[in-house]
Design a protein around this ligand. Structure first.
Ligand SMILES: Cc1ncc(COP(=O)(O)O)c(C=O)c1O
Length: 397
């Protein structure tokens, strides 16, 4: 009988604090009372407009539109890219609830695609769906940072004239063969929610080089007729095409969230390095525990991981017992195979508003797939303590 390790005394929901210049910028916003991005007079120097400009520049994209959440960014991107009610949209089955939610929000029909052993989208399933459904839109989630072979994806997109919308909620700062994620499709969407690479509390971002998509997104996000205050938007004549025929869905980002994110962009790279070293240390430890496997990451990918996923070759009852042991020792272990959706973790079978689909590979993977959030604040000692608990939880003692 192995002795139980000491419980963890850190919170896995810990996050980095907002850098001092962000705190000062937020205090200034509060002192001034100007929490709204648009000013009736001026407003051109708003934090939201500056954030859009910096986000566009750091990705080498022409246009950026900040909105109130990642889910709304996806909704607006779909509509702006021309998705209409009743149309089909293909998406990874392995993703989070806001993704099918965004498709449903625009009245379109969800087509789920299967998952490969690398936890990214299964290419055969994509090719099959393109042939059998005639769908023209691929909403590609890099769920938990898992990126498919983008050369293959881009070939399928080009050969079939698909519209590629990238869901980059988990990959800000990650790269494929040196190309930043969010620069490979027609339009890309990011989340600025607290547990992402940058923390705005709430928020989302849309990036595109397409002037019509940008103008429609800005108008739909709720710019009234103040779109001239954007610093990363298209020219006036593009708006004049769309202004009168585009509804306002009021999905703007607020000044405080933008100021918080602006203060984190200069340290993003440093944070990503820290996350990679935490991830590598934990991945090495997990792989040395019998029956646990961390999927391989292609050498083409430069990751920016905020969590780790691993496969447990155990029975359902062994997994549930390991989860409860780990949780009782302060390690929050999440499982994609649970009968009910919990917290941020769900699988397609939980989205009962969708027609049910059998996806053999996804369904068998989810039953074995576990997930741990990795706060960037974790020290080496905390990583090792976490691994001790995991080892103990899966030892069956
Ligand atoms: C894969 C994925 N896409 C999109 C989103 C949407 O982000 P938000 O929570 O900002 O709406 C999330 C949220 O966590 C997500 O996990």
């Amino acid at each position: 009988m192995v002795k139980a390790p000491e419980p963890l005394d850190f919170s896995q929901t810990a996050v980095d604090s907002i850098p001092p210049d962000g705190v000062e910028a937020i205090a200034e916003i509060l002192r001034s009372g100007n929490l709204f991005r648009y000013g009736e007079t001026g407003g051109i120097g708003s934090n939201v407009a500056k954030l859009e400009q910096q986000f566009a520049q750091m990705h080498g994209k022409r246009y950026a539109i900040a909105v109130n959440s990642g889910g709304c960014a996806i909704f607006l991107a779909l509509v702006a890219a021309g998705v209409t009610p009743g149309e089909t949209v293909m998406m990874n089955a392995f993703t989070l609830a806001p993704v099918p939610g965004a498709i449903e929000h625009c009245g379109a029909e969800v087509i789920l695609l299967d998952t490969g052993d690398d936890l990214a989208i299964d290419l055969e399933s994509l090719q099959h769906a393109v042939k059998t459904t005639g769908s023209r839109v691929l909403l590609l989630s890099y769920m938990r940072g898992h990126i498919p072979d983008m050369d293959e994806i881009l070939k399928i997109v080009e050969d079939n004239n698909l519209v590629l919308i990238e869901d980059c909620a988990h990959v800000l700062g990650a790269k494929w063969k040196g190309h930043a994620m969010g620069t490979l499709g027609s339009v890309s969407c990011f989340s600025l929610q607290t547990y992402k690479q940058v923390n705005g509390g709430e928020g989302g971002m849309i990036l595109t080089d397409d002037a019509d998509i940008a103008a429609r997104s800005i108008l739909m996000s709720g710019s009234y007729m103040l779109y001239g205050q954007h610093l990363a938007g298209p020219d006036e004549e593009v708006f004049s095409k769309w202004a009168a025929i585009t509804p306002n869905y009021s999905m703007r980002l607020n000044e405080m969230s933008a100021a918080a994110v602006l203060s984190q962009l200069p340290i993003l790279q440093q944070r990503i390095e820290k996350w990679n070293s935490i991830h590598d240390r934990i991945a090495g430890g997990i792989s040395s525990i019998e029956g646990l496997e961390v999927p391989n990451v292609s050498r083409m990918i430069q990751p920016a991981p905020t969590s780790i996923q691993f496969i447990a070759q155990h029975t359902i009852s062994e997994i549930t017992s390991a989860i409860s042991t780990a949780n009782s020792l302060g390690l929050e272990l999440k499982w994609f195979g649970d009968e009910a959706a919990k917290g941020f973790t769900s699988h397609h079978g939980h989205w009962s508003y969708l027609p049910s689909q059998t996806l053999e590979s996804t369904d068998s993977l989810m039953k074995k797939l576990l997930d741990i959030r990795l706060p960037s604040t974790l020290s080496d000692e905390e990583c090792d303590a976490l691994l001790e608990i995991l080892k103990y939880a899966f030892s069956g003692d």
